[in-house]
Design a protein around this ligand. Structure first.
Ligand code: S3P
Length: 180
């Protein structure tokens, strides 16, 4: 299953969608973003879903989407919402879907990227820096456990990250070929 799709996980603002789109283009894969998929499904922006229906409703949608997609996709780069790998029910389907790559950024990089962002409900209100610190601390061990490989993104361009992922995927594919 490992080479079927490439799944990008990681905190908000680590570049999952930006890297994912470029990676898909370079490797001739299709691209899908779970947040965009949910927005389309609901006909609403993520922040409106959170405001009107609450976070729990959104998390249930994420679980449904992962289950649906895990049976369907082949040859896709999948960018996931930052909270999607947290639920146990989502973890196995994610890994079954393909190679899971964690885009790992430091707190400071994330803060610099998101300090003026208004689209992430979890970071709105006072002291986004403190919020990032707390949430990242909770999530870091989970991202590490769920991924097959992590890639550091600080001070690196999207293109450099894409190349590293591509190299890793090619290596896996070569190894699988020699085994068979
Ligand atoms: C969330 C991350 C967001 C989006 C929602 C919740 C999270 O996606 O799914 O705001 O819990 O980390 P991005 O990681 O694409 O920002």
């Amino acid at each position: 299953m490992i080479g079927k799709n490439i799944i990008l996980i990681g905190f908000m603002g680590t570049g999952k969608s930006s890297v994912g789109k470029r990676l898909a283009k370079k490797m001739n894969y299709n691209f899908i973003d779970t947040d965009a998929y949910i927005e389309e499904l609901e006909g609403k922006k993520i922040s409106d879903i959170f405001n009107e229906k609450g976070e729990e409703y959104f998390r249930k949608l994420e679980t449904k989407v992962v289950k649906d997609l895990s049976h369907k996709l082949e040859g896709y780069v999948v960018a996931t919402g930052g909270g999607l790998p947290l639920r146990r029910a989502n973890q196995r389907p994610l890994r079954n879907m393909g190679t899971v790559i964690y885009l790992k950024s430091s707190e400071n990089t994330i803060y610099q990227r998101l300090k003026y962002d208004t689209t992430r409900p979890l970071l709105q209100g006072d002291n986004p820096k403190e919020k990032i610190h707390k949430i990242l601390k909770q999530r870091e061990p989970i991202y590490r456990r769920v991924c097959h490989r992590y890639i550091k993104t600080d001070n690196r361009s999207f293109e450099q990250i894409v190349e590293e992922i591509e190299g890793y995927i090619n290596e896996i594919t070569r190894n699988q070929r020699t085994k068979h």
